[in-house]
Write a protein that binds this ligand. Sequence first.
Ligand code: NCD
Ligand code: ZN
Ligand code: ZN
Length: 437
Amino acid sequence: MTIDLKLENGKLLIGDQLIPAEIGIDDGSIVKVSRIVHEHADERVDLKGNIVLPGLVDVHVHLRDFKLSYKETFETGTMALAAGGVTCAVDMPNTLPPVNSYRILVKRIDEAKGKLYVNVLFTAFPSKRDILKLVTLTYFFKIDFSRTNFLDFNPYNEGELSEVLSKVSSKTIVVAFHAEDTRETSGSWPMKASAETSAVKYILNWLVKFMNRYDGALKAHICHVTLPSTVKLILERKRKLKNLTMEVTPHHLLLSKRHLGKFKSIAKVTPPLRSSHTRRRLLRYFSEGLIDIVASDHAPHALTEKAEDVAKAPPGIAGAETMLPLLLNLVNKGVISLSLIKRVLHDAPCKLLGLKHDICEGSKAHLTIVDMKAKWKIRGEDLYSMSKLTPFEGVTVKGIPSITIVNGMIVMRDRVVYENVKPGEVINEWRRKGTVS
Ligand code: NCD
Ligand code: ZN
Ligand code: ZN
């Protein structure tokens, strides 16, 4: 039997051990994992001892497109993800027009098909009017407490929030929360740290009541936490609620207010970068394994928009391509382990989304191969994202993704994305057809 692709000379991360292994891939799936794969293959790739991780997942990405195509498109955004070693991403619904109706979600999925370099799950704002139809197409909903204008209900009213979500309480859905309470501040940037605390407290209190009443399948996910105190609040509530997770971004782990002074609008982001003291404690909590997920919150903007002064420029950092290299660099510095990266970029995201990316025979071949020795100097101009701006400009990292494989196809190798290979699928479609990943 001849198979499509054989990855030779790799290493698998099992627990904390690296085990030499080869992987055989055929027809998009892993057909063999063993010390030596004897089958003949049409294509053989020598991994030269690089490490094969299960395909990494970014649960927070703004792909833009639609009328925001001047910032990023489905193509450029997913190319950036592939370049960053990400095989699957969750797209956020704050687009133009926003994804807050069934009609727009259908349009978004239809327009994305055939343009994706990695797999994408499209999400929606829950809508009082459309939620029962939306849930036939997505299981991931976003509620942004900092900008409630996309919603047709008031999330600050516990009753209204419960009413909308109770309509789908029998289904397994994920609700991701941007937790910044506009009632705490004027709503203008930067919001105070107390806005995060207040919103997180509100969400956690509401969640306990909701879960007691509906003991349902709702999974609550708190986006981009920035404060050690928030991490503690969530950890405490996790003892009572099993379906509660939190995410942190690389920029909140690695950058502080100081960088805002240096990078100005390029480092403007919501929630804002905090003090270096806060940042260091957040990084310590992360390295201790207290935070479930790392996500990029890839939020690209046009050069002209970011050329405005800090007060006027839109917030957002394009981080899809730098997330994994920055984390691998932390492994090389001895701050975290590679198995922690696997937990926060694969295990926990896959569990949240109900995906299966494990490296075993019969699984779909989604793989992220990393070279722990290669160095890379981050330069905005080299990024695949349309936003060529990064607050990590000039930083040299050690450790990069060297190959990204999506649905059995090599989509990136040595930082080059294969432009004519677009193996990405719309995950929402699998749900519709009732098939698993
Ligand atoms: C995001 C964006 O630009 O869409 N910006 C940001 O600073 N994170 C919105 C968001 O995730 O809150
Ligand atoms: Zn947000
Ligand atoms: Zn975001």
